[in-house]
Design a protein around this ligand. Structure first.
Ligand code: ZN
Length: 310
């Protein structure tokens, strides 16, 4: 029998749980649980669902947790496995790995950021297959980015927080921004809540002719160009609900994102990936779509199991 693994993709609005087999991007079972303001109760619910799947499908050899953050990823730190200084009410200092471990004491547990999880999913099964240097961005409740440099997931001091990149203000734009920490950073200007605060309309319902779509594309292009200048990724994958472009649609939103990014780059970087044709596959939605994160969580589980068996 093949090993079963479980995944937990903890996001700001919902927690996606899934069960799959090692070496496959397909999910055997999947569930979504709202991220309430009671972390213990939510994680208890997540654990119960997974335990229930175990009784149905067989033992879970490992679990992968891909979580919103900031999180502590340093295995030597006493805070390892915690969500640390998150702006999400009541989730500050939540020991997410510890709480899951309580219900699954024997399982190997892999842990990383939600965006590194999604990056890992796309690396194994999606748009980043075969690439050693790429970035995965999510534009949704927040903006975050993960990815790989030299084939290794980006961690560093804590983990990258590219969603909080500072972008040049568009002339005449008076919106103060919605980031609690920086006001008008990229996330403060272009996340779902920022769009809702600016327009009074959810991003998913924002009309195709809203001038805000062009602003989102321009601000995001500035941030994406900074990422390209800094990390020189071979591809940029953009997931999350905002990237679907509301009533404008995903295809048109990506078109303007690519066009604006090329404007910022001004043909400075000599690569066919960034020319007028190359950019179409360079800035791309995830192949796994909304499942990038949960599939990535399963890959985290698989990798944790492999490390444990070594
Ligand atoms: Zn910020």
């Amino acid at each position: 029998m093949r090993d079963l693994v479980g995944g937990i993709e903890a996001g700001g609005t919902k927690i996606v749980c899934g069960v799959g087999t090692i070496g496959s991007a397909g999910l055997i079972d999947r569930e979504e649980i709202p991220t309430s303001d009671n972390p213990e109760a939510v994680l208890e619910q997540v654990g119960s669902w997974l335990l229930d799947r175990e009784s149905k499908h067989g033992k879970l050899a490992a679990l992968g947790i891909a979580s919103f953050g900031p999180v502590d990823l340093k295995t030597t730190s006493p805070q390892y496995g915690h969500i640390t200084s998150t702006p999400k009410p009541r989730w500050t200092d939540t020991d997410i790995v510890g709480l899951v471990k309580k219900q699954f004491p024997d399982a190997a547990i892999g842990f990383d950021t939600d965006v590194n999880g999604a990056a890992l999913g796309e690396h194994r099964y999606g748009a980043a297959r075969g690439l050693n240097d790429f970035v995965y961005i999510t534009m949704g409740t927040g903006i975050g980015a993960g990815g790989m440099s030299g084939g290794i997931l980006l961690h560093g001091l804590v983990h990258p927080e590219m969603g909080h990149l500072l972008v040049p203000r568009i002339h005449g734009d008076e919106f103060a921004g919605s980031c609690k920490y920086h006001g008008a950073c990229w996330e403060g200007l272009c996340s779902g809540p920022a769009i809702a605060a600016r327009t009074g309309t959810a991003a998913t319902d924002l009309p195709a002719d809203s001038p805000v779509w062009n602003m989102i594309a321009r601000y995001s292009a500035a941030a994406i160009a900074n990422i390209i200048f800094t990390l020189s990724p071979e591809r940029i994958i953009i997931g999350g609900s905002v990237r679907k472009g509301g009533k404008l649609g995903e295809a048109k939103f990506f078109e303007s994102l690519r066009r604006e990014t090329r404007k910022v780059l001004s043909d400075y970087i000599a690569s066919s990936s960034l020319d007028v044709n190359g950019i179409n596959s360079y800035i791309t939605p995830p192949v796994l779509g909304n499942d990038a994160g949960i599939v990535g969580a399963l890959v985290l589980a698989e990798d944790a199991l492999r490390l444990n068996r070594r």
